[in-house]
Design a protein around this ligand. Structure first.
Ligand code: R5P
Length: 298
């Protein structure tokens, strides 16, 4: 059950990409929401105006950077810059999905290390503290000069499945990178966990999975990942699980980007449902990270 908590003298600015989430967080910590006038000009440029006084206040800007990530990222920068210029004493940027976090190194000669540029941009507009959720790789946080923290929504996702009667379900990571995530969900679902060995071709994006026998025959399984983008990773995992005799298989992630036909791909591979969080707003973002963020701000 959500509870109200007290936070000293903070105002919340929900950005255009996270209006609902921003309001939920403000409600939970019982602080004022600063309304925003927002529009997109016919040429696609963003117009933002804060309709409230924030001089001398600690301000929390909530703006995710899921697709359209470049627009949402720029709006985040515009907002934080404006808030600082208008006299906020401190700015916390809550960026539930941090765009470009997967491009954290030069995988191929000549590539831009995009996340480094994003970090520099965020710092350049005077953000004092950054909060995000399940950043693709925790090590990236060390590249910030400001305080930067990644919260984990995995317990919230596991609790959701617990409530849906999936206690004892097996937690599967679709690749080794997600093993730490399923350790967290297994602590709640308590059905054991495992992982697949996935490799992605850096040029074509094609994925290959080395199939090993998992202990899933006749059992319910939830495949947990940080991001579902095109759905290829999860759909492949679901198919393997079904071939190995799993009973019901669910797809879950923190950041349901669900590009193109991802949902159709996953459901037609045999998944019962696709569950995500409101780090990415949309119909699959059914688990709210508001309590998690509220607690971190409190
Ligand atoms: C990559 O390592 C991530 O954790 C996800 O597995 C990946 O982004 C999912 O992408 P897609 O849904 O396109 O397979």
């Amino acid at each position: 059950m959500w509870r109200l908590m007290e936070v000293e003298c903070v105002k919340i600015v929900p950005g255009p990409a996270s209006i609902e989430l921003g309001r939920k967080i403000a409600h939970l910590i019982d602080v004022e929401v600063v309304p925003l006038t927002f529009k997109l000009f016919p040429d696609g440029e963003s117009y933002l105006r804060l309709d409230g006084d924030i001089k001398g206040e600690e301000v929390v800007v909530v703006q995710t950077t899921s697709p359209p990530q470049d627009t949402n990222l720029l709006q985040l920068l515009l907002l934080c810059d404006a808030v600082k210029e208008l006299g906020a004493s401190e700015v916390t940027a809550v960026v539930p999905y941090l765009a470009y976090a997967r491009q954290d190194k030069r995988f191929l000669q000549g590539e831009a290390v995009s996340v480094n540029t994003v970090i520099e941009l965020i710092q350049s507009v005077g953000v004092d503290r950054l909060l995000t959720v399940n950043i693709h790789k925790e090590e990236v946080l060390e590249r910030f000069d400001i305080s930067a923290e990644s919260l984990s929504a995995m317990p919230l996702l596991a609790e959701y499945f617990l409530k849906r009667g999936l206690a004892g379900a097996f937690s599967l990571a679709p690749d080794r990178g997600a093993v730490e995530l399923v350790k967290e969900t297994d602590a709640i679902l308590k059905g054991g966990f495992g992982w697949l060995k996935k490799e992605r071709d850096r040029i074509t994006g094609e994925i290959k999975v080395e199939v090993e026998e998992l202990e899933v025959r006749g059992r319910d399984v939830v495949v947990f990942d940080d991001i579902i983008s095109t759905g290829g990773t999860i759909a492949t995992s679901v198919r393997i699980l079904k071939q190995q005799g799993a009973r019901r298989v669910y797809a879950a992630c923190v950041h349901p980007l669900l590009i193109g036909g991802a949902e159709e791909k996953i459901i037609s591979s045999g998944a019962e449902d696709i569950v995500g969080t409101d780090c990415v707003p949309g119909k699959r973002g059914v688990v709210s990270v508001a309590p998690l963020i509220a607690e971190a701000l409190g």
